[in-house]
Design a protein around this ligand. Structure first.
Ligand code: FAD
Length: 461
């Protein structure tokens, strides 16, 4: 094929790649997507979506067992793993079809295969070369591994394998107390599996302020947490680790390793093309440009904010930067569109535990590390009407961080029901650079759990 058969060639059809393809295709650009596996990437096939379908089933099971406080008694509630897995598979397949439909609608050309850069304007797919004026690298990430003995043992699995189990273990040791580890801990604990979490850091989920993390751990009262613990080996009997210089064992039938993700940069021809990268990912600026003109990167491959919605926004940002006049933005040809720039500080995150945890902006600890003078308010969810009406024995909290001098809202962290649905509102407030006094003037519907954000800001008035 001759050069420039495509305006844009994208490697990878995860949230970064497929959203970028849809946006560019809808602008009338000739777009090629190369994907070696299923449409939707890790998020749809081994990440966000399958975990959330399984978590929904476990939460429903737990609610069926504990509905008495509402006056609802369900006798004989039983969890059918095979049916939950079948529902997960159907959900994933439906969403894959949705992406294929969007590709057809946007006239995106899909090639199945493994791509590598053959030059700044060419990608090679299993021996065939395609020319493109621009290239977007969106190959995502893979699970990190701990080089400890026993990693190949049959009872040891990663998150991908955990989504395919055919029977529930009686006990599980989860290595890694990040968001993936905590979501699986919630899933198994709500189904009555004995859970132990082994985390090297002094606290779970590093994004969280310590007071929120403590509440999250308390939401799993039957789970054991071994914090500040270094794993030595996995074995048929569980996980061996050291804590405070003492060797211990977390006995478990199965071991789930969730110790982070590594950008996929190998085998892509980055060195030959001169694209700068290291083990943390491909280096990009705030418009997702690499150091090589004509090549952009988006999503987990950049090692920045390794979340699906961040990946999609990076893909969109890259497309806005590539085609500024077509997007209707940017004053002069080649000028960067205003919306091409990533605003990293306003990307929300969610941990889909039970209750959920979500946040956006600076935590109290981060704000203090930056040397900012801040005002902080914490409000217990027991101050919230809807929360009280719908919950028994659940704790929740909203915490707001405000710049002491300017009154600017810097961050929100929340643990409680619907936190995932409330946090986009907080993100919009931070994006719009609202001050605490601005938010206090916004009317929130009553009764909603979301009112807690406004009420927490009133604590600072
Ligand atoms: P990916 O989704 O990894 O997609 C990259 C694609 O590129 C893949 O399909 C891959 O097959 C393809 N590819 C790679 N190399 C090549 C090549 N050489 N040629 C052709 N194709 C190639 N994020 C959230 O925001 N919310 C969540 O709830 C959430 N839950 C998660 C749960 C788990 C268990 C895991 C593992 C992750 C979760 N994530 C979640 C993270 C989320 O999945 C990733 O941030 C997101 O998928 C990154 O998108 P991406 O497009 O950068 O890469």
């Amino acid at each position: 094929m001759a050069d420039a058969d495509f305006d844009l060639a994208i490697v990878g059809a995860g949230p970064a790649g497929h959203v970028a393809a849809e946006r560019a295709g809808r602008l009338g650009k000739r777009v090629l997507v190369v994907e070696r596996s299923h449409l939707g990437g890790v998020c749809l096939n081994q990440g966000c979506i399958p975990t959330k379908t399984l978590l929904a089933s476990a939460k429903l099971f737990a609610h069926a067992q504990h509905g008495q406080f509402f006056g609802v008694t369900v006798e004989g509630a039983r969890y059918d793993l095979a049916k939950a897995m079948a529902w997960k598979t159907r959900t994933v397949e439906t969403l894959r079809k949705g992406i294929a439909f969007q590709f057809r609608k946007a006239a995106v050309e899909l090639v199945q295969g493994t791509a590598r850069l053959a030059g700044p304007h060419t990608v090679e797919v299993d021996g065939r070369v395609y020319g493109a004026e621009r290239i977007l690298l969106a190959t995502g990430s893979s699970a990190a591994v701990l080089p400890v003995p026993g990693a190949d043992a049959p009872n040891v699995m990663g998150s991908t394998e955990a989504l395919e189990i055919t029977s529930l273990p009686k006990s599980i040791a989860i290595v890694g107390g990040g968001y993936i580890g905590m979501e699986f801990a919630t899933y198994f604990a709500r189904l009555g599996v004995k859970v132990a979490v082994i985390e090297m850091l002094p606290e779970i989920v590093p994004l969280l302020d310590a007071d929120v993390a403590v509440l999250l751990r308390r939401s799993l009262p039957d789970a054991e947490f071994h914090l500040g613990s270094r794993v030595l080996a996995y074995g048929a009997d569980g996980v061996r680790f050291t804590k405070d210089g003492k060797e211990q064992v977390a006995p478990a039938e199965r071991v789930l390793v969730a110790v982070g993700r590594r950008p996929i940069v190998e085998g892509l021809g980055l060195e030959a093309a001169g694209v700068a990268f290291d083990r943390k990912g491909v280096k990009v600026d705030d418009r997702m440009r690499t150091n090589v003109p004509g090549i952009w990167a988006a999503g987990d491959i950049t090692g920045r904010s390794m979340l699906a919605h961040a990946a999609s926004r990076m893909g969109e940002g890259a497309v806005a930067d590539m085609f500024p006049s077509a997007v209707g933005e940017g004053a002069a040809p080649g000028a960067a569109a205003p919306t091409a720039r990533m605003r990293w500080h306003a990307i929300p995150w969610v941990v889909y535990t039970d209750p959920e945890v979500a946040g956006v902006g600076l935590s109290e600890a981060q704000a203090k590390e930056q040397g900012r003078a801040v005002k902080v308010a914490r409000l217990d969810l027991r101050a919230n009407g809807r929360f009280i009406a719908e919950n028994d024995g659940v704790r929740g909290m909203c915490k707001v961080v405000v710049d002491a001098a300017s009154d600017l809202l810097l961050g929100v962290q929340m643990i409680g029901p619907y936190a995932s649905e409330i946090v986009p509102g907080a993100a919009a407030m931070i994006e719009a650079e609202l001050r605490a006094r601005d938010v206090r003037e916004i009317v929130f519907p009553h009764p909603t759990v979301s009112e807690i954000v406004r009420d927490a800001l009133w604590e600072l008035a």
